[in-house]
Write a protein that binds this ligand. Structure first.
Ligand code: GDP
Ligand code: ZN
Length: 316
C-alpha cells in the first residue's frame, strides 16, 4: 500500500525547533530543514504561525517542512535588540485584524483603536472593530456607541457589536471570522477570552488567558498561536500592540495611515506639513469642515507627539 509522502498544512504554533502543523491528516509535529534557516537572512523566523507549508512525512509520524508557500500578508515587527532592522513575522497570511474594545468596564478607548488601526495599515491588513459587552449599554451609551460605530464604518472599517454575556452579535461575529486567519488584540478585561469561549466552548481558553496590551499579570507570549475555529479559519492569540512596530514610524508618514486623511494630504501649503500647527493645512481645514472628526484628529496628534518624542529619546 502506498502512502502520500508529502502533505500541506497550516502552522499553528512554534515551540523552539518544532512546529505544530494542522493538516487533513490531523496535527503533525514538524521540524524545519536547514536550508530555510539560511535562505532568508532578513527575518528572525523563516517559518511563522499562519504559514502554509508542505511537509515531508517521516517514518516516525513527524514531518519535515519541505516548502513554505508564498505569503499573501503578514503581521510583523522589527526584532528587538541589536538586529533592529530584521523583521520578525508574528502571524503570516492574516486576513483580518480585529481590535476588541468593551463599551464600558474597561471604558471604551478610541485612542487604543486608532493606534491599532495605524498598526493594521502599516502592515497592510484589513481591520475591524469588535465592541463587546453591549449588554451593559444604557440609552445614552448606546447612542454614543452607535456614533462611534458609524464613524469607523464611514472610514471603511467593519464594526461588530457583541456580548459574550447575552449572546448578542455572536452569530455575526462567527460569520465574520469564519474561513479567515484572524488576529485579535485589545486591552485586558474587554472580553477577548470570553468571546472565544462563547464562539468555541471546546477551545479551552481560560478567562484572561489571551494576551493583552500591557501583558501585566497575564501570560505574555512572545510567539503567537493560532486557535482553529470549528467553522474553518483561525484566531490568533497575539502579543501586545506595543510590539507591533508603530513606534518605528517616521512622524511625517503617520497621516497616510489615517485612511480618511488621504484625500486631503496633497492640499496642504507645505509639502512637509505635519498637520499639527502649520498654516493652510488641508487636514485642519477638513476637521473644521466636518470631513474628519475632531476625535480622529485628536488621536492623530497624540500619536504624532509620541512619535516625535520617540525621535528625541533615541537621538535620531
Ligand atoms: P480579556 O482580558 O479581554 O480576555 O477579558 P475576559 O474574557 O477575561 O473578561 C474580563 C471580564 O469581563 C470577565 O469578568 C468577564 O466575565 C467579563 N465579560 C466578558 N465579556 C462580557 C460581556 O459581554 N458582558 C459583560 N457584562 N461582561 C463580560
Ligand atoms: Zn497639513
Amino acid at each position: 500500500m502506498s502512502k502520500a509522502t508529502h502533505i500541506s498544512g497550516v502552522v499553528l504554533k512554534s515551540t523552539g525547533s518544532w512546529y505544530k502543523v494542522s493538516t487533513t491528516e490531523g496535527m503533525i509535529s514538524a521540524r524545519i530543514r536547514g536550508k530555510f534557516r539560511l535562505k532568508d537572512k532578513e527575518t528572525t523566523n523563516p517559518v511563522a504561525v499562519g504559514d502554509r507549508v508542505t511537509l515531508r512525512l517521516e517514518a516516525d509520524g513527524s514531518g519535515t517542512i519541505a516548502d513554505i508557500h508564498p505569503r499573501w500578508s503578514k503581521l510583523s515587527r522589527r526584532a528587538a535588540g541589536r538586529r533592529a532592522t530584521i523583521e520578525h513575522v508574528i502571524v503570516a497570511n492574516v486576513d483580518m485584524a480585529w481590535c476588541v474594545q468593551s463599551v464600558v468596564f474597561p471604558k471604551f478607548n478610541p485612542g487604543f483603536i486608532d493606534r491599532f488601526l495605524v498598526m493594521a495599515e502599516i502592515n497592510e491588513l484589513s481591520a475591524g472593530i469588535i465592541l463587546n459587552k453591549t449588554d451593559l449599554l444604557d440609552e445614552a451609551l448606546a447612542t454614543e456607541m452607535a456614533w462611534w460605530k458609524q464613524t469607523y464604518e464611514d472610514i471603511g472599517y467593519s464594526v461588530l457589536m457583541t456580548s459574550s454575556a447575552n449572546g448578542n452579535g455572536i452569530t455575526a461575529l462567527k460569520a465574520a471570522l469564519s474561513g479567515k486567519i484572524n488576529v485579535m488584540s485589545g486591552p485586558s478585561g474587554v472580553g477577548k477570552s470570553s468571546l472565544l469561549n462563547v464562539l468555541e466552548p471546546n477551545m479551552g481558553i481560560k478567562t484572561g488567558e489571551v494576551s493583552d496590551y500591557t501583558g501585566k499579570g497575564k501570560h505574555t507570549t512572545t510567539h503567537a498561536e493560532l486557535w482553529p475555529l470549528s467553522d474553518g479559519g483561525y484566531v490568533a492569540d497575539t502579543p501586545g500592540l506595543r510590539e507591533f512596530g508603530i513606534w518605528d514610524l517616521a512622524p511625517e508618514d503617520l497621516s497616510g495611515f489615517f485612511l480618511e486623511f488621504r484625500p486631503f494630504l496633497d492640499d496642504c501649503r507645505y509639502p512637509n506639513c505635519t498637520h499639527d500647527h502649520e498654516p493652510s493645512c488641508a487636514i485642519i481645514q477638513a476637521v473644521n469642515e466636518g470631513s474628519i472628526t475632531p476625535e480622529r484628529y485628536n488621536s492623530y496628534r497624540n500619536i504624532l507627539q509620541t512619535l516625535k518624542q520617540g525621535l528625541k529619546d533615541t537621538g535620531r
